[in-house]
Write a new protein. Structure first.
Length: 264
C-alpha cells in the first residue's frame, strides 16, 4: 500500500491572525518574571495578560513601521536603519529609550553625554554588583519578537532582533514599575494630555480613556497589581493617542475572558 503524503492545511490570513491572537507573543510567565525584577507585589493573571498584550501592540507597531520603510527599498529583511526610520516617522513608538544608549544602532543619534560643567560623561562600566535589569534580560524576549516578525511576513538581521528585544524588555520593565507605583499611590493622576501637532494643521487633543480608573476610583488589594493598574500604567508610558487607545483596547480584549485562557 502506497503511503499518502501528508496534507498541508491552508489557512487564510484572517484565520492565521485569529490563531496568533490566541497565543500571546509575550507569555504571562515572562511578564511575571519582569514584574518580579522590579516589585514584590503579586501580579494577577489578568494583569500579566494585559501587560503582555500592551507590549505586543507596541512592538507590532514598531515592526510595521520598519516593514514599511524596508518595503520602500524592496526589502523583506529588516535592518537597523528601518527601525530608526520607523521611530523617526512615528514618534508614538519612541518607547524603551533606556535601551538606546546601549545599542550601536542609536549611538550616533543619542550623541555624547555632557555633565553640567561641559565635561564628557564616560560610559557606564560593568563593575559593581550584578542586578536583574531590562538590558541584561532582553534575550528573554526573542521568541516573542520573532513571532511578531513572522506575523508580519518579514525577517530581520540579528542586530535588529537584538534591538527589538531590548526595546520590548525596557518598555515592559517601565510598564511594570509604573503599574506598581499606581498600586502604591492608589491610582494615577492625570495632569493633561499630549497632542501631536503637524505644522500647518490644527492640533487635535488626545482624549482621555474613560476605561482607565483615576486616582480616586482605584479599588482592590493594595498588595496586588491588577489589570486596571497595568492599563493606567500604559497611559503613562504611551503618550500618543492612537497607539495608546489601540493598546488599551487590545489589552481589554485579551483579558475579557482571561479565566478561560490557558496558563502559559
Amino acid at each position: 500500500m502506497t503511503a499518502q503524503p501528508a496534507r498541508t492545511e491552508r489557512r487564510s490570513p484572517e484565520t492565521a491572525a485569529a490563531l496568533a491572537a490566541d497565543v500571546p507573543s509575550f507569555k504571562p510567565s515572562l511578564v511575571k518574571a519582569v514584574f518580579r525584577d522590579v516589585t514584590p507585589l503579586h501580579v494577577s493573571r489578568s494583569a500579566a495578560w494585559a501587560a503582555g498584550s500592551v507590549t505586543r501592540t507596541v512592538l507590532a507597531e514598531i515592526i510595521d513601521g520598519a516593514r514599511r520603510a524596508a518595503a520602500e527599498e524592496a526589502r523583506r529583511k529588516l535592518v537597523p536603519a528601518d527601525l530608526v526610520a520607523a521611530i523617526d516617522r512615528n514618534v508614538e513608538v519612541e518607547v524603551g529609550t533606556a535601551w538606546y544608549e546601549r545599542s550601536p544602532t542609536f549611538k550616533e543619534l543619542t550623541g555624547v553625554a555632557y555633565d553640567a560643567e561641559g565635561g564628557v560623561v564616560p560610559a557606564r562600566g560593568r563593575g559593581g554588583a550584578r542586578r536583574p535589569s531590562a538590558v541584561a534580560g532582553a534575550h528573554r524576549f526573542e521568541a516573542g519578537v520573532r513571532r511578531l516578525l513572522r506575523g508580519q511576513g518579514v525577517a530581520a538581521v540579528p542586530a535588529l532582533v537584538r534591538d527589538l528585544n531590548g526595546i520590548a524588555s525596557v518598555f515592559l520593565t517601565d510598564l511594570a514599575r509604573d503599574a506598581a507605583r499606581v498600586v502604591r499611590e492608589g491610582g494615577v493622576t492625570r495632569f493633561g494630555s499630549v497632542a501631536l501637532v503637524i505644522p500647518g494643521e490644527p492640533a487635535t487633543p488626545a482624549p482621555l480613556d474613560a476605561s482607565v480608573p483615576s486616582r480616586s476610583s482605584r479599588t482592590g488589594d493594595s498588595r496586588t497589581v491588577g489589570r486596571d493598574d497595568v492599563l493606567a500604567a500604559a497611559t503613562i508610558q504611551l503618550f500618543g493617542a492612537k497607539l495608546r487607545q489601540r493598546a488599551l483596547a487590545e489589552a481589554l480584549g485579551a483579558t475579557r475572558n482571561v479565566t478561560a485562557l490557558p496558563a502559559r
